[in-house]
Design a protein around this ligand. Structure first.
Ligand code: ZN
Length: 230
């Protein structure tokens, strides 16, 4: 959403919204700003108001921020964070009005984002996906050894490979030929798993037989697999 008053509203997460102000903001835009704030709070949300691109704010903006702050402290689901770089004109206005003692003011967007906890839950999910992928990569490396060994012996029957699923306790075997194993691993982000060992959310099935499924890793796990095996 953007209008000529220089107020942009953007949803960053399920309960996280960003309202950024660009250019000059005074009494003329007061109603638009207050409406943008109340729209976000109506959804029960954390609100970040970013003043980085604002060149000027007057006391009507300050009072809208103070009112938003008062709303947030009386509504548990709502929170207000203000982003304003030190040394900027808007930051000087905020400092002169002394609202930093009540309203949480952050120097930049990433610091504010970290404070909302949204960034940290994203990080936790990413770490988990990487850990799961790491496990699959270890079994994949073991399987490459098995494949290499079977190849050097000229074995063309089915060979017992380790299941490459994300469960670190799984030591089950998959019986596949060297050809099947190689086809499954044409891409470094693909893994050979026992049927039923796939985990939706970190990977999706690209090929399915009675003996095995081939999955493609997604997201950070895929990136890890590509960098370690690619
Ligand atoms: Zn498994």
């Amino acid at each position: 959403m953007e209008n000529d008053s220089g107020i942009r509203t953007r949803q960053l997460g399920e309960h996280l919204w960003l309202v950024s102000l660009e250019g000059e903001h005074d009494l003329a835009g007061r109603d638009d700003l207050r409406r943008a704030i109340s729209d976000v709070f109506a959804a029960g949300s954390k609100l970040m108001i970013d003043l980085t691109e604002a060149t000027f704010i007057d006391s009507s903006v300050v009072s809208a921020l103070v009112d938003a702050h008062e709303h947030a402290i009386s509504h548990a689901a709502d929170d207000l964070l203000v982003i304003s770089p030190p040394g900027s004109r808007p930051r000087r206005v905020l400092d002169l009005n002394g609202i930093g003692t009540a309203v949480k003011i952050y120097d930049d967007r990433s610091t504010a984002l970290a404070a909302t906890g949204a960034a940290s839950s994203d990080l936790a999910r990413e770490r988990r996906q990487r850990r799961l992928a790491h496990n699959e990569v270890l079994f994949r490396k073991a399987n490459d050894q098995i494949e290499h060994h079977a190849q050097s012996l000229g074995i063309d029957e089915r060979v017992a490979f380790f299941c490459e699923c994300a469960d670190r306790d799984c030591t089950e075997r998959i019986y596949a030929t060297i050809g099947e194993y190689e086809r499954a691993h044409e891409s470094p982000t693909r893994f050979l798993l026992l049927p039923g060992h796939e985990q939706p959310g970190i990977e999706h099935v690209t090929d399915r037989t009675l003996a095995y499924v081939v999955v493609e890793k997604e997201g950070p796990g895929g990136a890890l697999a590509a960098s370690e095996l690619g």
